[in-house]
Design a protein around this ligand. Structure first.
Ligand SMILES: *Cc1c(COP(=O)(O)O)cnc(C)c1O
Length: 353
């Protein structure tokens, strides 16, 4: 760091993203991307004509995408805001609803960025441990009177809360915003979007990175009451009004419109997930009941850190978190059936010696 860095920033520990090797020689099961190509409609939408329009700024209101998204989710356009990935929407929400005197409550084992953003924004954290079996007890979140963020399904566990559990949390915190991060909801979770008209303190965040094959385009949607969305826009228009680029606006719209492709690809992932869970269980792994496009697994037969390293030597990248309570676990993204067969072959090879 330079001698000019502000002391406040020097204490922030940035998030470490999963490895993104640029030579593509690995079977990549480490960052929960889709193994499938974007919809053919996306490829057609990102046309040469649109590339030529890159000389012009994108629409700061994202009006066309908003209309499509609102219709898709049964909301008004005023209840939706696109972001540059859901990371940006989550950051905007923390900037809007928390500060030095208004903490953020979240689980000890969940998406790592929540804590990082609190550091960057000087937001005190209220960290609530998951139970021994990694389930979340909704009662721990009742009557907190603090902004809350819950990843549902959670990462990296893949475990999911039913909608009425979230509803109880919303009801018992009527004066606080409850952010539900639904990055993985399309793989078998229960979305809270249908609760938006009932609860003015609910903000739902979804992403195109996991279930719509657009991780590299950077697109997410925040959905909530028109007043909450206006607050997020206040932050956006104070920072970066053109936060979504033209190609991503087109790609996102096309991906939303191709519901058949969306359903086909997420069904494929859920089938492959069931197969993968069974295969791992057969080999003596403990596997949590995942509703996401990854599984979280551990075994007494080998430590998580060593298995991660040996899989990498065998050309397979998975995610290992060197963090308390989960150092012995691996988070494995669901790829194609062929990729998961290769994973099992590598596991057998590693465990036999
Ligand atoms: C992947 C992920 C995000 C970030 O998604 P982007 O839209 O790619 O920024 C947010 N929350 C959780 C829980 C995630 O797993």
């Amino acid at each position: 760091m330079s001698r000019f860095l502000s002391p406040a920033l020097s204490t922030v520990t940035p998030y470490t993203p999963g490895e993104q090797p640029q030579d593509q020689q690995y079977i990549k099961l480490n960052t929960n991307e889709s193994p499938y190509l974007p919809s053919p409609r996306v490829v057609a939408a990102v046309s040469e004509a649109e590339v030529e329009k890159l000389r012009l700024y994108s629409d700061p209101a994202c009006a066309q995408l908003l209309r499509t998204a609102a219709a898709h989710f049964g909301l008004q356009p005023s209840q939706v805001m696109p972001g540059n990935g859901s990371d940006e929407n989550l950051f905007f929400a923390l900037r809007a609803f928390c500060d030095e005197n208004h903490p953020l409550a979240f689980a000890d084992i969940t998406y790592g960025c929540y804590g990082v953003w609190c550091g960057l924004l000087h937001i005190p954290t209220h960290i609530i441990p998951l139970k021994e079996d990694f389930t979340l007890d909704p009662a721990d979140y009742h009557g907190l009177h603090e902004t809350i963020v819950i990843a549902n399904p959670n990462a990296p566990t893949g475990l999911c809360l039913p909608r009425d559990a979230i509803e109880g949390i919303l009801q018992s915190n009527p004066d606080s915003v409850v952010i539900v991060d639904e990055a993985y909801v399309d793989f078998g979770g229960e979305s809270c979007v249908p609760l938006i008209d009932q609860y003015d303190n609910l903000l739902v965040v979804q992403t195109f990175s996991k279930s719509r094959q657009l991780a590299g385009a950077r697109l997410g949607l925040a959905m909530g009451s028109a007043a909450l969305i206006a607050d997020l826009n206040r932050v956006k228009f104070s920072l970066n009004p053109y936060n979504i680029n033209r190609l991503t606006l087109k790609a996102g719209q096309a991906a939303l419109e191709d519901t058949a492709y969306f359903d086909k690809t997420r069904a494929a992932i859920m089938d492959t997930r069931a197969w993968t869970m069974q295969q791992l269980t057969d080999r003596g792994f403990t596997v949590l009941d995942s509703r996401a496009n990854f599984v979280f697994a551990s075994t007494e037969r080998i430590s998580g850190g060593i298995l991660y390293k040996k899989l990498k030597e065998n050309g397979i990248l998975v995610r290992h978190f060197d963090a308390p309570r989960i150092e012995n676990w691996l988070r494995i993204t669901i790829g194609t059936p062929e990729q998961m067969q290769a994973l099992m072959d590598a596991v057998d090879k590693i465990l036999e010696v």
